[in-house]
Structures are given as structure tokens and as C-alpha cells.
Design a protein around this ligand. Structure first.
Ligand SMILES: NC(=O)c1ccc[n+]([C@@H]2O[C@H](COP(=O)([O-])OP(=O)(O)OC[C@H]3O[C@@H](n4cnc5c(N)ncnc54)[C@H](OP(=O)(O)O)[C@@H]3O)[C@@H](O)[C@H]2O)c1
Length: 247
């Protein structure tokens, strides 16, 4: 059956790969992609049509404009509804911990936890009021254990991840399935110029993992899947050892 997908973070490489993978699996699928830059969105829309979506339209919206989210999501769902929402908004920042300028630190927290949390809440409200659907949230392996080098991004993702789990559980009774995706290092513009971490992967590989997880109704996946076990070990390391590892 075809899908009707809403992608928040419409120019995201991982988000786009998930929409494309869904379109390959479900011929006839359509998408609406939402982001800040209309020109960049048009390019992303054209790429998704090439990748197999029957039609892709664009809408402008900013994750930081919290007050606009309920009306924005209401308007988008009002045009026919969606069975799948993918939340792929995110900013990584300069990763300098205490050397991060305060403005940049607050912006990382604002977008990655407040902005994404607000979009998540508004999306779940729409899905549940329309009888259900699937909510896919791009969290991160960085959400699993605080790291000095990714302090603000990791803390924000930990908050978003927790919120997605808790609100996702709450929305299940209304027919909404929430999938939290925790990728490790993915080669996208977000990580361009950074030294790849072990188990680095591609947007397409993350998308395959996410789409298979949607199909089997999973609540959490790691990409690549082996990261789950690596993180299980890393989470158990004593704090002084973790600190000395300097990652
Ligand atoms: N790449 C990785 O290694 C990796 C690993 C783990 C998790 N993730 C997560 O996966 C998701 C997708 O990342 P990606 O690698 O595909 O990166 P990406 O291509 O840079 O996509 C990030 C998206 O977030 C959007 N965005 C940022 N701030 C926004 C704001 N204030 N309002 C609206 N949109 C905003 C960007 O829009 P603009 O075009 O307007 O900037 C872009 O569409 C993110 O949540 C990221 O944290 C990525």
C-alpha cells in the first residue's frame, strides 16, 4: 500500500533516504517535506521524485519557532493527513564543550531538544487525533551516554530520545507507533570534514534499518544494528575510565 509521508527536516540526507526507501517499498507513495529554505527544499523534492515518490510538495517551517508548530502541523495534516512522520531535524555544532560560545550552546539545545520536542508533540497530537500512524524520530547513539566532546548535542538528543519514548508509549493507545532511530556516525553534510567514527555508515544504510524496523513495529533501532551491543558495553564502563577514553 502506498504511503503518505511527512518529513520534518526536509533537506536532511538521512530523512530523505528514509522517504526514498519507503517509496521503493510502497509504490505510489507521496511526501511533504518541511524546512527553512524553500530553494533547498525544491531541490530535495526533485531528488525524492527521482527516487520514486509519485509527488513531493514542500512547506516552510522552522524548528526554533515553537509557537508556530501546532498550527503548521494542523495545516499540513489538514491537506489529507499522513500515515508516517519522520522527524529528522538536527544540528551538530562545533563540539567544543565548554569552549562552545554560549549562544551556540543554547541554539543547539533549542533546536535539538526544544524545537524537535515541540515538533514531536505537535505531530503525535495530529496522528492520534486522526486514528494513528507511525512516528519516526532521529535520535543518536550520542544520546546513550553523556560525552564531553558532544555535550550539548548529546544532552539534547538524550532529552529528545527520552521524550520520544515516553510520549510514544502514551500515544500507543491511540494507534500511534513511535520508532526511535539511534544512528552512529553517518556520512552526511552534518559530519562532513569530521574523522569517521568506528562503524560509520551511510544515509541509505540507516534508511534500510529504519524501514525494516517500521515494518516489524520496533520501538528502537540502532544503525548499524551492531552499535546496540557496543553501546551496551560503553554504558557500563566506570565513569573515570569513560572520561579517560576522551571520546
Ligand atoms: N549524520 C550523522 O552522523 C547523524 C548521526 C546520528 C543522528 N543524526 C541525526 O539524524 C538527523 C538527520 O541528520 P542528517 O545527517 O541527515 O543531517 P542534515 O542533512 O544536516 O539534516 C539536518 C536537517 O535539520 C534541519 N534543521 C536544522 N535546524 C533546523 C531548524 N531550526 N528548523 C528546521 N530545520 C532545521 C536542516 O535544515 P536546513 O537545510 O535548513 O539546514 C536539515 O534538513 C538529525 O536529527 C541528526 O541529529 C545524524
Amino acid at each position: 500500500m502506498s504511503r503518505r509521508v511527512l518529513l520534518l527536516g526536509g533537506t536532511s540526507e538521512i530523512g530523505g533516504a528514509i522517504v526514498a526507501a519507503l517509496a521503493r517499498r510502497h509504490p505510489g507513495s507521496t511526501a511533504v517535506i518541511v524546512g527553512r529554505d524553500a530553494d533547498a527544499l525544491e531541490k530535495a523534492a526533485a531528488a525524492l521524485v527521482n527516487a520514486g515518490c509519485v509527488s513531493v510538495s514542500v512547506a516552510v517551517g522552522d524548528a526554533d519557532a515553537l509557537d508556530t508548530h501546532p498550527a503548521l502541523l494542523g495545516e499540513l495534516f489538514g491537506s489529507g493527513g499522513f500515515d508516517t512522520v519522520v522527524l529528522a531535524v538536527g544540528t551538530l555544532g562545533g563540539q567544543a564543550a565548554l569552549a562552545t560560545p554560549r549562544e551556540e550552546a543554547l541554539a543547539l539545545l533549542r533546536t535539538n531538544v526544544l524545537g524537535c520536542g515541540s515538533l514531536l508533540e505537535a505531530s503525535l497530537q495530529q496522528l492520534r487525533s486522526r486514528g494513528g500512524g507511525t512516528m519516526v524520530v532521529l535520535s543518536s547513539a550520542a544520546a546513550e551516554r553523556p560525552r564531553a566532546s558532544l555535550a550539548y548535542y548529546g544532552a539534547a538528543k538524550a532529552g529528545l530520545d527520552a521524550l520520544a519514548q515516553a510520549l510514544g508509549d502514551a500515544a500507543r493507545a491511540d494507534g500511534v507507533r513511535t520508532l526511535v532511530v539511534r544512528p552512529g556516525f553517518v556520512h552526511t553534510r552534518m559530519t562532513a570534514g569530521l574523522r569517521p567514527a568506528p562503524l560509520a555508515t551511510t544515509p541509505e544504510a540507516v534508511a534500510e534499518v529504519a524501514v525494516r524496523a517500521i515494518e516489524r513495529g520496533a520501538h528502537t533501532v540502532w544503525a548499524p544494528p551492531a552499535l546496540r551491543w557496543v553501546l551496551l558495553v560503553l554504558r557500563c564502563l566506570p565513569r573515570p575510565l569513560w572520561r579517560r577514553m576522551g571520546i
